[in-house]
Ligand binder design. Structure first.
Ligand SMILES: Nc1ncnc2c1ncn2[C@@H]1O[C@H](COP(=O)(O)OP(=O)(O)OP(=O)(O)O)[C@@H](O)[C@H]1O
Ligand SMILES: [Mg+2]
Length: 375
C-alpha cells in the first residue's frame, strides 16, 4: 500500500522524488516507510522526532509546508545526507491524517527544478494524502483481522486438543475403575451361582463380598461423575466447590487446609475454568508435594479476580521444569493454556524445599445472565 501510494503521488504530481514517513504512535516518531527510487533502500533507517526537520514540523503542526527554493535557509529544515536534499530545489510536505485527527504520517514531494507550487497543488496533494490515510488504515485493519482470525483458529485447535485429552483421561478412569469392578463383580456372581446349590453359606459370603464391590464401584462412579462436572459448581458456585475439592482431596491425610474466599462475582465460564485450575493444582499437591498445609485464596482486586493456591511441600526446580521437552507433562501446561485463553496471567513460585504457589489473575468477565454469585 505504501509503495503504491508513493508511485501514485509521483505520477499525479509529476515530482522527481517522494518520501512517505509513517507516524509510529507508540515510539512517537516518524520513520521513512516508503520512497521513490533510489531512496527506497533507506526505508526503515531514517527516523525523525516530532518537530525535527520539515517533516517533523508538519507532523507536529498538522499543516503543510511549501518551499519553492532555498530550503537550507528555513530554520525547520534538517539536512539528511542520505536523502540528498541538495539535488532538489522545491518541495511540498503535507500531513497524512485519518479521521478523528489521527496522524498517520507525512508525505513529501521534491522537484529538481524550481517549481512554484500553487494552492491547488497543495490541496490536490492533501486529497491524495487522505486517500493514502484511508488505504493505510484499511490495510492495517485487514492485518489486525487476519491476526484475530489466526488467534481464533489457534483457540479452536487448543480447545479441541484439551477436549480430547480430557476424554482420554475419562476413558482411562472408567476402564481402570468401574469396568474392573464390574468384571470382579461378574466373577463373584458366577461363583455364587455355582455355590448356591452345594454350599449356600459360602454363596452368602460371596454375595456379601459382591455387595461390598458394588458399593465401591458406586462410590467410584459418583466420584468420577463429580470430577467431570461437580454439581456444586452449577448449584452453589465456585467457593463451595473449592471447599468440597479441598475436603475431598485431603480427607484422609493429615493436612491442614484453608480456604480464604471473598464472595466474587464471576461469569460462569470463568468459575468453571478457575475450578479446573484448582483441581489440577490440588492434584499436583497430592501427588508431588507431601505438604502439611494447603491454602486456597480467592479474592477480588481492581483488575479482576485472583486465585492463589499454595502449599508448604517439597517444591520443585522451576528452571529444570522449563527445560523439560514439551509433551512430558500436561498439568501445569494445561493451567497455563487455560489462563492464557481467559486473557489472564499465571505466576508460579516454587523452589526445592520451599513449597509451591500458583497465582492466577483474570478479568472478572461479565457475570450477566451466564454468571452466578460465588458464595
Ligand atoms: N505442588 C507441587 N509440589 C511439588 N512439585 C510440583 C507441584 N506441582 C508441580 N510439581 C512438579 O512439576 C512437575 C510438572 O507438573 P505437571 O502437573 O505439569 O505434571 P505432572 O503432575 O507430573 O503430570 P500430569 O500431566 O499428570 O499433570 C511435576 O512432575 C512435579 O515435579
Ligand atoms: Mg499434574
Amino acid at each position: 500500500v505504501l509503495r503504491a501510494a508513493v508511485s501514485l503521488v509521483l505520477e499525479a504530481t509529476g515530482a522527481d522524488a517522494c518520501f512517505l514517513h509513517r507516524w509510529d504512535a507508540e515510539r512517537r516518531r516518524l520513520m521513512l516507510a516508503a520512497a521513490s527510487a533510489p531512496y527506497d533502500a533507506l526505508v526503515g533507517s531514517v527516523t525523525l522526532e516530532p518537530g525535527e526537520g520539515i517533516s517533523g514540523w508538519v507532523a507536529a503542526n498538522r499543516r503543510p509546508v511549501v518551499i519553492a527554493a532555498g530550503k537550507d535557509a528555513d530554520p525547520r529544515y534538517k539536512y539528511i545526507p542520505e536523502l540528498e536534499g541538495e539535488k532538489y530545489t522545491s518541495m511540498v510536505s503535507v500531513p497524512v491524517v485519518a479521521p478523528e485527527d489521527r496522524l498517520v504520517g507525512v508525505v513529501n514531494v521534491h522537484t529538481r527544478r524550481r517549481r512554484d507550487f500553487r494552492e491547488e497543488d497543495v490541496a490536490f496533494l492533501q486529497d491524495i494524502a487522505s486517500l493514502i490515510a484511508s488505504a493505510i488504515e484499511g490495510a492495517e485493519l485487514l492485518s489486525q483481522l487476519r491476526e484475530k482470525e489466526r488467534a481464533l483458529e489457534e483457540l479452536v485447535r487448543t480447545t479441541i486438543q484439551a477436549q480430547e485429552e480430557e476424554r482420554r483421561r475419562v476413558a482411562t478412569e472408567i476402564h481402570d475403575g468401574v469396568t474392573q469392578q464390574l468384571v470382579s463383580t461378574w466373577y463373584r456372581v458366577h461363583a455364587c451361582e455355582r455355590l448356591l446349590a452345594t454350599d449356600p453359606a459360602a454363596a452368602a459370603g460371596e454375595l456379601a463380598a459382591t455387595k461390598a464391590l458394588i458399593d465401591e464401584a458406586l462410590g467410584e462412579a459418583r466420584a468420577a461423575i463429580y470430577d467431570l462436572r461437580p454439581a456444586t459448581l452449577d448449584d452453589l458456585g465456585l467457593v463451595p466447590s473449592l471447599e468440597v475439592l479441598l475436603g475431598r482431596a485431603f480427607a484422609d491425610d493429615d493436612v491442614e487446609v484453608r480456604l480464604d474466599a471473598q464472595p466474587v462475582r464471576l461469569a460462569k465460564h470463568l468459575e468453571v475454568a478457575l475450578y479446573r485450575v484448582a483441581q489440577e493444582a490440588v492434584s499436583n499437591i497430592k501427588r508431588h508435594a507431601g505438604a502439611r498445609r494447603v491454602t486456597i485464596a480467592l479474592l477480588e482486586d481492581p483488575d479482576g479476580v485472583v486465585l492463589r493456591i499454595a502449599d508448604d511441600g517439597r517444591g520443585f526446580d522451576l528452571e529444570a521444569y522449563r527445560r523439560k521437552p514439551p509433551g512430558t507433562s500436561f498439568g501445569l501446561a494445561g493451567i497455563q493454556e487455560r489462563v492464557r485463553l481467559l486473557g489472564g496471567t499465571l505466576r508460579v513460585r516454587s523452589a526445592p524445599g520451599a513449597g509451591t504457589a500458583l497465582e492466577i489473575r483474570v478479568a472478572a468477565g461479565d457475570a450477566g445472565t451466564d454468571g452466578g454469585r460465588s458464595r
